[in-house]
Ligand binder design. Structure first.
Ligand code: APR
Length: 234
């Protein structure tokens, strides 16, 4: 089976009702990213950061996967699909995708403030169970969201790059490609690999040279994507 590798961002969850970050109504238009999503911000005011992520965690309970998530899960019938996502929601998994690699963490998990990437400290945390000051991780430190904060390294980057290097087809859906190192994954796509970008926005050509841009929303773009994939198979 051909390796279909898909890089997703907040845009694929927009039609499920989750805010993106940099659209006009995005999270970082309403909140200060350095206060709420950076390691410095967490160290300065843990309560404020826990409150922000507890709100995002309980909000995730109220939404469901959309048609785009569902189509990507269905594509596992015809391809070896790996989704590399910058999203911290679990909508790909809830839609049925079985190979999902999260670059920036997962709202459904919690970890240690002292050793956030120690697998012994990463635990599932039901979305309706807030993380409070005084909750402890396995190493005795304050429990925190299993989120990669700005200023921390991205442990899954090298694995993600290896996966992209194996792609027979590469698709980017719903990311502004402005956050590093995630955006550098495009440099790992093998030469000559068919590449598609599904996003209603506009992009600097240098960033997405060689991509066929399906300039629409994730949901509307799914039928077009399936047609393009069919053409590649014929
Ligand atoms: N369908 C597809 N794409 C959409 C839709 C939609 N319905 N709505 C918006 N988009 C696109 C926007 O045009 C934009 O290109 O989704 C992208 C959203 O970009 P960002 O808000 O920057 O989100 P993302 O690229 O995922 O951010 C990357 O930044 O703050 C960090 O850790 C956070 O993982 C996040 C990272």
């Amino acid at each position: 089976m051909q390796q279909l590798v898909i890089l997703t961002g907040a845009g694929i969850s927009a039609e499920s009702g989750l805010s993106t970050f940099r659209d006009t109504d995005g999270l970082w238009q309403q909140y200060d990213v350095m206060e709420l999503a950076s390691i410095q911000g967490y160290r300065r005011n843990r309560e404020r950061v826990l409150e922000f992520y507890n709100a995002r965690r309980s909000n995730l309970l109220t939404v469901r996967p959309n048609h785009a998530h569902e189509v990507l899960a269905e594509l596992e019938r015809d391809y070896q699909v790996t989704i590399i996502t910058q999203n911290v929601d679990d909508l790909h998994e809830r839609a049925g995708s079985t190979h999902v690699l999260h670059l920036h963490g997962e709202l459904t998990k919690a970890t240690s403030s002292m050793n956030p990437n120690d697998p012994k400290c990463v635990v599932d945390r039901p979305l309706d169970q807030a993380i409070a000051i005084g909750d402890k991780a396995a190493d005795g430190s304050q429990l925190r969201p299993f989120i990669v904060f700005f200023g921390e390294n991205v442990p899954n980057m090298s694995l993600a790059a290896q996966i992209v290097q194996q792609a027979d087809i590469f698709v980017v859906i719903g990311t502004s490609l402005v956050v590093y190192p995630a955006a550098t994954l495009l440099r790992h796509v093998p030469k000559g690999t068919p590449c598609f970008l599904i996003d209603p926005g506009t992009f600097d050509d240098t960033m997405v040279r060689g991509f066929e841009h399906i300039q629409t929303t994730a949901v509307a773009g799914m039928d077009l994507l399936k047609e393009k994939l069919r053409q590649l198979r014929s």
